[in-house]
Design a protein around this ligand. Structure first.
Ligand code: SF4
Length: 424
């Protein structure tokens, strides 16, 4: 759905209690002879929301868009939806509302048959249209035992966070991974796993994860040069990653490559994306490790970050892959470069949060500040904590500058500015 249509669908006046209740709503719709389509509709307290379809496509909706989508997903007729719109909103022209309902029907169909296969989006540019940061859509959570995970997953659903990505530790027990995915899907969440191929290559593990309900898999992929990739992720990991990507293609599982951006990998950008395309990997997350410019130890110097970001975005557009910026990380001198690369970004994106197994919630960028505990604190209090306020104040301020090219990454924060990186 285009931003123009989103704006046009947004009619600010409210009346009555017709809007779906704030929170998460799930719908399954089956067409004859087709597998059921799974819709998650998140309704935010302001009435707007987010629609995620089959864990593979998503759209941000206005308040009237939410009302139309919820009504259509409940199977209501166009006439019934138009009646609700007339009751709920002032100022909407009937012809326009009829057109909006027809467009939403079309959008629900389009989102159920997306060209891409993963809900990838970078933040919109706030300098083009100042807007508050969307509440988080995803949680990044290290794998934990079933007793720890169960209440965390339930709290994520209550908080309206529809999507969880589990981080794979070194040499995990395959049964623990499968059980975690089962728990997440039983809780109603979209579930992904992210990690190294070496930790996910056990016999039948991928099949078992898919049977448990896995929606997508993110694998580290540094370079088409096996020796460079293996120097970061371990001997043999490159071959295992390529073999796993072949399996995800054969099994029609949504897959994502996570490419670390360090001094040694940025020269390979075009070759890396070409190799990923040959492997039929169409979704790429970029994760930069950057240094302040004194002793960068293999990281990208702050002064080079804007140029690297421009090179990345141009290469991704040339290759026509869907790309997502992950929050850059400040080089941690207490870790080797390979250790930090393997640790990965703090969060999957700027519409994600980090949740630790004991419940601590940390914003995607800035110092490692705990904003609250998901198990003890209500989500609105966590979202309004000083740690998130500081994060939002940086994200929501205009960053577009005349001296630099227009980059998607700048919508979140200036890539040259260490204060906007995650600092762990
Ligand atoms: S935020 Fe501004 S200064 Fe920083 S890279 Fe983007 S355009 Fe350039």
């Amino acid at each position: 759905m285009s931003p123009t249509l989103l704006q046009r669908l947004w009619i600010p006046q409210r009346r009555g209690q017709l809007q779906p209740a704030a929170g998460l709503h799930a719908y399954d719709q089956a067409e004859e002879g087709q597998p059921a389509t799974r819709y998650h509709l998140r309704v935010d307290p302001d009435g707007g929301g987010l629609l995620v379809v089959n864990a593979t496509a998503c759209a941000q909706l206005s308040a009237s868009g939410v009302l139309i989508a919820a009504s259509l997903l409940q199977g209501q007729s166009d006439e019934a939806v138009l009646k609700k719109l007339a009751q709920r909103f002032d100022g909407g022209a009937p012809a326009q509302q009829r057109q909006d309902v027809a467009q939403m029907r079309g959008m629900l169909h389009t989102l159920a048959h997306p060209q891409g296969r993963f809900p990838v989006f970078n933040l919109a540019d706030p300098s083009a249209q100042p807007a508050p940061l969307m509440p988080p859509f995803e949680a990044t959570l290290p794998l934990a035992g079933p007793d720890q995970l169960k209440p965390l997953l339930a709290r994520l659903w209550q908080a309206g966070i529809v999507h969880v990505t589990l981080l794979t530790p070194p040499a995990p027990a395959p049964a623990a991974l499968v059980a975690a995915v089962q728990q997440a899907t039983a809780a109603g969440l979209i579930c992904g796993i992210s990690g190294r191929a070496s930790d996910l290559a056990a016999d039948h593990l991928l099949d078992d994860l898919i049977a448990a309900g896995l929606d997508h898999l993110t694998l580290a992929y540094a370079s088409p040069r096996a020796e460079l990739h293996d120097s970061l992720y371990g001997a043999g990991d490159h071959a295992l990653a390529e073999a796993l990507f072949a399996r995800t293609e054969a099994l029609a599982l949504a897959d994502v490559a996570q490419m670390p951006l360090i001094a040694a990998t940025v020269d390979d950008l075009d070759a890396t994306l070409a190799r990923l395309l040959a492997l039929r990997v169409l979704n790429v997350r970029f994760f930069a490790i950057a240094g302040r410019g004194q002793d960068d130890d293999g990281a990208i110097p702050a002064a080079s970050m804007a140029q690297v970001a421009a090179d990345v975005e141009e290469a991704a557009e040339r290759a026509q892959v869907l790309y997502l910026w992950q929050p850059p990380a400040l080089r941690q001198p207490d870790l080797t470069l390979a250790e930090q690369v393997r640790r990965g970004p703090r969060c999957a994106s700027d519409v994600a949060i980090r949740v630790e197994p004991e419940g601590a919630v940390i914003p995607p960028r800035g110092p490692h500040r705990v904003a609250g505990n998901l198990l003890r604190d209500e989500w609105p209090a966590i979202w309004q904590d000083a740690a998130f306020k500081a994060y939002r104040s940086r994200i929501e301020r205009p960053t577009r500058c005349l001296t630099c090219p227009g980059l998607a990454i700048c919508a979140a924060d200036c890539p040259r500015e260490p204060a906007g990186w995650s600092q762990d």
